[in-house]
Design a protein around this ligand. Structure first.
Ligand code: HEM
Ligand code: FES
Length: 767
């Protein structure tokens, strides 16, 4: 460490090491307690730094961690399972005695071998193949809960979270039931051996256990090799070994057998314990899940973001390269701290808040990213969802026992408590009143959560006639908490009676913490607006998704012209309110058939009177769009919402305006559904994950990507919102969305996967 005038410590590239970097101790508190908080300074000041204590470059920001994961050629994973604390000679001798020889598995293998093998062994991990394991997870979870449900207290790690993932892992792998305690001891030894900093004495005992673990894994494998006809992923691996010994060599199988027993088990045990701790510590979130189990998949992602069980992973630079502006020399070792990336202020809104409605939580990096992204992610997700569904239903009144410590194994990769003590009053168990509850499960499709299922319960606290055929509803949290803030242009999806429709938010000043929406009752529509207007009244509980904003107001323009057609006034009014608060120069054109049918007319006139121009058809003051908007000057921004024909006309006019001056929001595309007779199949090559996905003529690119296990998100599903966007590296795009501007389309480097397709037979995506 640098003192006074002494020469400061320097990194291998010769750069001075800052005092905080020099003081970074990953095996000690506060890092061991809360790695993300302990690295907040780094994210803000020195996002990539050299840590002399371990000889690694530490990468802390989401963007940088993802970029390193993405490029597994420059940043090789070959050190992922290397012992971070060099073994003593004595330890080496112990391991040798057991014949220990852990080499390449999947997770630390370089290309091209890795991808060839991964492809060959991927089938069992695909979403459609995993659903069949769920009944077993449920059965096991219920049976374990039965053992303690009437007792009133339990250690969830010891009594269920260790045992069930282990049994599921063994079943998935095809291994007969093994002694859980022994395997747990072995897994802990493997963790400390690889990622810990044990003392020489501790190392001895660890080495004995690692040696035994190696032998046990080999004995299991020998039995499989002798008769490879069994069911399970390891059997499949053995069969592939016989078919393709060059791609799946024996040394790989031996190493993999040991590594996968940990990868498939310990990770899920710890992630589940972390998730339950997080949710029980934030009682509101737990209660929300009890009331609304549909949120479980999104809660699991949010818990993986806040409390993933793998907090950091390693790569080594195969050539000199830059990460976050810092030069990493060839051979430089990198510690990618996913726990820090997952709480990076520059990527997440309110990163410190556990928000189970967060709809981009799936962007967490707890499963890694790219070619090596966790193959078992959907098994882990499924198990965690089943646990949460069973516990929130059968033990909603469960609480954390106060005063416990949540200590885990001291190491740089795996994180989770050794025990999790909970208690409850068995007399309150809902099953005592309603025994059938035990069997009432909610199942979720395998894979990343679907954005549209992230639904919040709200109650209608006011229903009001705003104009002929237009009703507005004021929505509030059922427990009286303020609803989250939103920005002008945002919308929510209203879900009720089997219908789901998008409505812009237009709460008036003074309605903070509550959301107002307005609905035009469309007599000839598809039934949603009729249902909402006719069946919903004050006191009704409904569900909403969002708020989301795909119609953001750029607050930096010099002048604004806002145009609303009919019910399109809702986002436009919110924008006008905002511009008024900001003191900006704006005009508001409001068009409608008659005053009686124009919602919020009073508000428009009272709040925006001097700036508002009304265009009322039955008064003969219809807006002359072509005349009024023939020209738009530089610095002026036009925001429009209204009927499709009005927006189409504006898009035509905007051809003569400065680029990017028109902003609009459609609520439907009117786009025809996919007609396979007129489409062609194509191939999507995924540059980051090394996969090739076939897209059939009758499916969307988005659906094909989800089928291949890629965690891409969609919201509108019809090219309106931009949430399903993918980077395009190569190939011509047949754009069918309404998100991208002409200039953006022309660049050809992004596409909306829910609707757009490849023009040719092949497209390369940055996924
Ligand atoms: C790889 C995390 C559960 C099997 C990985 C990686 C991480 C990870 C961080 C390295 C990713 C990279 O280098 O980009 C987790 C977490 C889990 C979990 C947090 C639980 C919450 C599972 C399960 C299985 C599994 C249940 C198997 C049944 C694998 C395999 C790889 C892997 C085979 C290597 C993939 C490759 O290198 O191509 N996991 N994992 N994991 N995981 Fe998981
Ligand atoms: Fe909205 Fe694709 S999901 S554009």
């Amino acid at each position: 460490m640098a003192h006074g005038d002494e020469t400061p410590l320097r990194s291998p590239t010769g750069c001075p090491i800052s005092p905080r970097a020099a003081a970074f101790r990953p095996f000690e508190r506060p890092y061991q307690e809360d790695p993300a908080a302990a690295l907040a300074w780094a994210r803000a000041e020195e996002p990539v730094f050299y840590a002399p204590d371990i000889g690694y470059w530490v990468v802390t920001r989401h963007e940088d961690v993802k970029a390193v994961f993405r490029d597994n050629i420059t940043f090789s994973p070959r050190i992922a399972l290397e012992k971070i604390t060099p073994p003593t000679e004595e330890v080496q001798a112990i391991l040798k005695r057991y014949g220990y020889n852990l080499q390449r598995t999947m997770v630390n293998e370089d290309e091209p071998d890795h991808m060839e093998r991964r492809r060959l062994l991927m089938a069992d991990f695909l979403p459609e193949r995993l659903a069949r394991h769920e009944p077993m997870v449920r059965r096991l979870t219920r049976a374990h809960m039965d053992r303690f449900i009437d007792r009133g207290h339990a250690d969830l790690v010891a009594e269920i979270f260790r045992d069930v993932p282990l049994k599921v892992a063994l079943h998935f792998l095809g291994v007969a039931e093994e002694d859980a305690d022994e395997l747990t001891r072995f897994a802990a030894a493997h963790t400390l051996n690889t990622w810990g900093r044990p003392t020489p004495e501790e190392q001895r005992e660890i080495a004995e256990n690692v040696g035994r673990f190696w032998q046990k894994a080999n004995a299991i494998l020998d039995r499989m090799i002798a008769d490879p006809s069994g069911e399970g992923w390891m059997y499949e691996t053995v069969r592939q070994h016989f078919r393709h010994p060059d791609i799946v060599p024996e040394s790989y199988m031996r190493s993999m057998m040991m590594a996968i027993l940990v990868a498939a088990h310990e990770t899920t045990t710890l992630a589940t314990a972390n998730a339950f701790r997080l949710l029980l510590e934030r009682r509101d979130a737990w209660e929300e899940l009890c009331a609304n189990p549909g949120l479980i998949p999104s809660a699991v992602e949010e818990c993986l973001r806040m409390g993933g069980s793998i907090i950091a992973w390693r790569r080594i630079a195969t050539r000199e390269a830059e990460v976050g502006g810092v030069t990493i020399p060839e051979g430089g070792r990198l510690l990618l701290v996913m726990a820090s990336a997952n709480r990076d202020e520059s990527h997440w809104e309110n990163p410190e808040e556990l928000d189970i409605f967060r709809d981009n939580a799936v962007e967490h990096l707890s499963f890694g990213y790219g070619a090596h992204q966790c193959m078992g992610k959907n098994i882990a997700r499924m198990e965690m969802r089943v646990f949460l569904d069973e516990f929130t239903r059968r033990l909603p009144h469960m609480r954390l026992k106060p005063g416990q410590s949540f200590e885990g194994l001291c190491n740089i990769a795996f994180r989770g408590p050794k025990s999790l003590l909970v208690e409850w009053d068995p007399a309150e168990n809902p099953e005592r009143r309603e025994p059938a509850l035990r069997e009432r499960a909610v199942s979720f499709p395998i894979g990343a959560p679907v954005k549209e299922n992230i639904l919040r319960r709200v109650v209608i606290v006011e229903a009001r006639e705003e104009a002929e055929g237009v009703k507005s509803f004021l929505l509030a949290d059922p427990r009286g908490r303020p609803l989250p803030g939103w920005s002008a242009g945002a919308h929510v999806d209203l879900v009720s009676g089997g219908f789901r429709r998008k409505y812009s938010l237009c709460s008036a000043p003074g309605e903070e913490g509550r959301w107002r929406i307005a609905i035009l009752r469309e007599a000839e529509g598809r039934g949603g607006s009729r249902h909402f207007c006719d069946a919903l009244s004050e006191g009704a509980e409904v569900q909403v998704a969002g708020p989301r904003n795909h119609f953001r107001l750029d607050e930096s323009a010099a002048r604004y012209r806002l145009i609303a057609g009919g019910i399109g006034i809702t986002p436009i009014l919110a924008m006008a309110d905002r511009l008024k608060v900001l003191g900006r120069d704006y005009t508001l054109h409001y068009c409608g058939p008659s005053r009686a049918r124009m919602a919020f007319l009073d508000r428009v006139l009272a709040d925006h009177g001097p700036r508002a121009q009304l265009h009322v058809s039955d008064e003969g003051t219809r807006l002359d769009l072509a005349g009024e908007f023939a020209a738009v000057t530089e610095g002026e921004q036009v925001y429009a919402c209204g009927p499709a024909r009005m927006l189409d006309a504006l898009r035509e006019l905007a051809r003569g305006w400065p680029e990017g001056a028109l902003h609009f929001e459609y609520f439907t595309t009117g786009a025809a559904t996919l007609d396979p007779a007129r489409e062609h199949a194509f191939e999507a090559v995924l540059a980051d994950s090394g996969l090739v996905v076939e897209v059939a003529a009758d499916e969307t690119l988005y659906a094909a990507l989800r089928r291949a296990g890629i965690d891409i998100q969609s919201d509108c599903g019809e090219g309106l919102c931009g949430s399903c966007e993918a980077r395009v590296v190569e190939g011509e795009i047949d754009h069918r969305d309404r998100v991208l501007s002409r200039a953006e389309r022309a660049r050809g480097d992004r596409m909306m996967t829910c609707c757009s397709r490849a023009k040719g037979r092949r497209i390369v995506l940055g996924l």
